[in-house]
Design a protein around this ligand. Structure first.
Ligand SMILES: Cc1cc2nc3c(=O)[nH]c(=O)nc-3n(C[C@H](O)[C@H](O)[C@H](O)COP(=O)(O)OP(=O)(O)OC[C@H]3O[C@@H](n4cnc5c(N)ncnc54)[C@H](O)[C@@H]3O)c2cc1C
Length: 407
């Protein structure tokens, strides 16, 4: 059997590794438009900061591909897939046949509709090449504006402030990382940023990118302020990389729609990782998870189902672990639901000591959690959510240290 995987991020590589565990005969071809073997994308901010060398960033060395007999095609883009002919078309004009296809193409940054996005000094961060360009450019500048106070924006604020640059964050609402943080945690992180000299501007948006001779020198904001800057980082989110699937039979919504087995509507075509919008039978919804751990888990499920007849399902509970100025922050499942009246919240707020634990409950079951300062319990909470454990009897214990006993 010939298995083609589009994308060599965590989902694609984990799928390839899983396939090899069960089958040493099938041909595996892994295609990536980037020129690097699988690397720790999530560590790109720390590569820019100089904490990781390029060598340390590489997650799988060449011997992994040799040992597992995985044929990597690097630096080539899949332009189109033909599901009837069962082949993919590369930008080089080459066509590659497949028996089974996994779409693991990840996501691309949303750039917005501003004019002058092509100015020198304006960046997004997704790839190692983006990171190298930012790392080099940052040496020549003094002030940077970051649009977006999500996790990526916060990581970059840390990198730049450590470097001694003046950093301004523009954030649309009045909360940082609004999908994950509640107001308490957002205010705590804001105060940590401000201690480091980062200016956090809530309810202020980017209106115009300005400069001369194609080089950025200033931005104008929705409050009419002009901020001098030589670098602008657009960190307003990502969108699934599905461009090459236009006009194909593969069904997409925001991402590639799959069932819980990572199968798309087209036979022998699967999807996993940031690109996939996966049906969750517990929630009766198609959900996109954009985290490293989810990509690994979905890749493993897809790899298993590509090769085995007894299918495994992915009952995704997202887990995102981040460090902001060295503070561990884990968000699990639905950590900050919008319709608060529907849920019960158990909160231990000791942010004066840098500690916070929040659990979100629905009908006696945990559906989400947010941990700040100590994140060791993140996996356990994830398991309690996955197993739908009824925790009614244990509410007292849940906020205490020893709540492992429940499980
Ligand atoms: C700067 C940064 C920091 C992050 N930090 C964290 C973190 O702390 N914690 C966390 O959980 N997550 C983090 N993430 C998110 C995490 O990296 C992603 O969720 C994860 O990489 C998704 O894996 P994936 O395999 O789905 O896709 P990706 O890792 O995006 O890999 C997709 C691959 O597909 C290739 N590709 C795409 N389109 C094509 C095409 N048409 N033809 C050929 N190849 C193609 C790409 O080149 C790439 O190699 C971070 C992301 C970034 C960018």
């Amino acid at each position: 059997m010939k298995i083609v995987i589009v994308g060599n991020g965590p989902s694609g590589v984990k799928a390839a590794e899983t396939i090899r565990k069960f089958d040493d005969k099938s041909e595996i071809i892994l295609i990536s438009e980037e020129n690097y073997p699988f690397y720790f994308r999530r560590n790109l901010p720390w590569f820019i900061a100089g904490r990781f060398s390029e060598e340390k960033l590489i997650a799988k060395k060449p011997d992994f591909y040799l040992k597992n007999d995985i044929n990597q095609i690097l630096g080539k883009t899949v332009k189109k897939i033909f599901v009837k002919e069962k082949e993919v078309l590369l930008n080089s004009g080459e066509k590659i046949k497949y028996d089974k296809l996994l779409i693991a193409s990840g996501a691309t940054p949303i750039t917005g509709e501003w004019k002058n996005l092509n100015f020198k000094g304006v960046f997004t961060l997704r790839t190692l090449d983006d990171a190298k360009a930012i790392k080099e450019y940052m040496e020549k500048i003094e002030e940077v504006v970051i649009v977006g106070g999500g996790l990526l924006g916060l990581n970059m604020a840390e990198v730049f402030s450590e470097k001694g640059l003046k950093v301004h964050i523009l954030q649309r609402g009045s909360k940082l990382s609004p999908q994950m943080f509640d107001f308490e945690v957002s205010n705590f992180i804001k105060s940590k940023l401000e201690e480091k000299g980062v200016e956090v501007n809530f309810n202020e948006e980017l209106i115009e990118i300005k400069g001369e001779n194609g080089t950025l020198s200033e931005v104008e904001t929705s409050k009419g302020r002009k901020i001098q800057c030589q670098m602008l980082i657009i960190a307003i989110g990502v969108t699934p990389a599905i461009k090459f699937l236009k006009e194909t039979e593969v069904k997409t919504d925001r991402g590639v729609l799959t069932n819980e087995y990572m199968e798309t509507n087209v036979k022998d075509v699967y999807a996993a990782g940031d690109v996939a919008q996966v049906y969750n039978p517990l929630k009766a919804q198609y959900l996109i998870s954009t985290s490293w751990v989810s990509a690994l888990e979905q890749g493993e499920t897809a790899g298993f189902n590509i090769i085995n007849k007894n299918k495994k399902s992915y009952l995704g509970v997202s887990l995102n672990l981040e460090f902001i100025f060295g503070i561990p922050i884990a968000s699990i499942g639905l950590s900050n639901p919008s319709n608060e009246s529907k849920y019960k919240f158990l909160i231990k707020n000791e942010l004066n000591k840098g500690l916070y634990l929040k659990l979100v409950l629905e009908n006696g079951k945990i559906i989400g959690g947010l941990l700040v300062g100590k994140a060791e319990k993140a996996d356990l909470i994830k398991e309690l959510i996955k197993q739908q454990v009824d925790v009614n009897k244990y509410e007292e214990k849940l906020l205490k240290e020893e709540f492992e006993e429940i499980y």
